[in-house]
Design a protein around this ligand. Structure first.
Ligand code: GTP
Length: 306
């Protein structure tokens, strides 16, 4: 038997450190993003687009003394009508097969429908624990909520059903506890200092944006966004990877300048400011991208503040 020492010693559950991956799924508008923010937003939330151990995009990591909960993104699941739809669904299943907990979200203020049934039928037969989250409970009365909980319970044999409101914060803590409870015993998956918290990343993005706009505000008024993709702490040095998004190729040329001279200058000015902010030495890696393809991705657009 490969039992953990702590478990065989009969220690209380509280002593066990748990860590793992979870994702929220559900039809569009079910409240997945808001819930993710409610869980990680007020805590020491850290985000990154460069997953270290898995292929999926990490939305945030919740650190607790007893657990680490890594929330990952999945693209929406659709009834596959096209090859692309099929490929997307394959990707969804790939992510699902790698997570420990799947939270299927059902908005309390809308009846359970065909889309919900489809998703519920797809989440079975996985190693993941599947829990139901009834979202937006602040929008309905007790009778409606009770009916919704019954309808959801009939869809699938969920491990748990948790009603929450991301807006009022009602039961968000409890949902987190439930998710942690279903995480495997595991050492910490991500060290605390590999990634950083979002507010800090926003400030850094703003400093880069300031530096990039200097002298060219007339040509590039609002059409630029900066996204800090990754921050890595390596000894005394912090490596920061950031993307500058512009709307057109012509704007990209302006930002980069002749043979990259302007971008280099932007980088060194931004770096000086970031070093002041962090009080640490910084290596800054800037990439200029045209946002065209990003405009079709609402999540990315939201992240960029458009
Ligand atoms: N009143 C209330 N509104 C909520 C709550 N959670 C989410 N909403 C609202 O519901 C809408 C959809 O929420 P999102 O979090 O964007 O939903 P989503 O599932 O991520 O949507 P997609 O990205 O389209 O899949 C937004 O307008 C939210 O403000 C809640 O707990 N209470």
């Amino acid at each position: 038997m490969h039992r953990h020492k702590a478990a065989s010693a009969g220690k209380p559950r509280d002593d066990v450190y748990r860590a793992g991956f979870a994702c929220f799924v559900g039809r569009p508008n079910a409240g997945k993003s808001t819930l993710t923010n409610a869980i990680i937003g007020q805590k020491i939330a850290i985000t990154s687009n460069k997953p270290q151990t898995t292929r999926h995009v990490i939305r945030g990591i919740l650190h607790r003394p007893d657990a680490q909960l890594v929330l990952v993104d999945t693209p929406g699941l659709h009834r596959p009508r096209t090859l692309l739809g099929q490929r997307l669904n394959d990707l969804v299943h790939e992510v699902w097969s790698e997570v420990d907990v799947i939270g299927v979200c059902f908005p309390a203020d809308e009846p359970v429908g065909r889309g919900d049934r489809f998703i519920a039928s797809e989440v079975g037969a996985l190693k993941a624990k599947v829990i139901a989250v009834v979202t937006k409970v602040d929008l309905v009365d007790q009778t409606t909520l009770a009916q919704r909980l019954l309808d959801v319970a009939e869809l699938y044999d969920f491990a748990e059903i948790v009603p929450v409101s991301s807006v009022s914060g009602h039961q968000v803590e409890i949902l987190t506890d439930v998710m942690v409870k279903h995480m495997p015993e595991s050492p910490q998956l991500y060290p605390d200092d590999v990634l950083t918290d979002e507010p800090e990343q926003m400030l850094i993005a703003e400093l880069i944006r300031e530096a990039a706009l200097e002298g060219v505000r007339d040509e590039l008024p609002h059409s630029m966004a900066v996204l800090v993709e990754e921050m890595l702490v390596e000894g005394k040095l912090t490596r920061i990877f950031a993307d500058l998004y512009v709307e057109r190729d012509s704007q990209k040329s302006i930002v980069i300048g002749t043979r990259g001279a302007r971008l280099k200058d932007v980088g060194s000015r931004a770096r000086a400011e970031i070093e002041k902010l962090l009080g640490r030495r910084v290596y800054l890696d800037l990439h200029v991208r045209v946002a065209k393809e990003w405009q079709r991705d609402p999540k990315q657009l939201r992240k960029l503040g458009f």
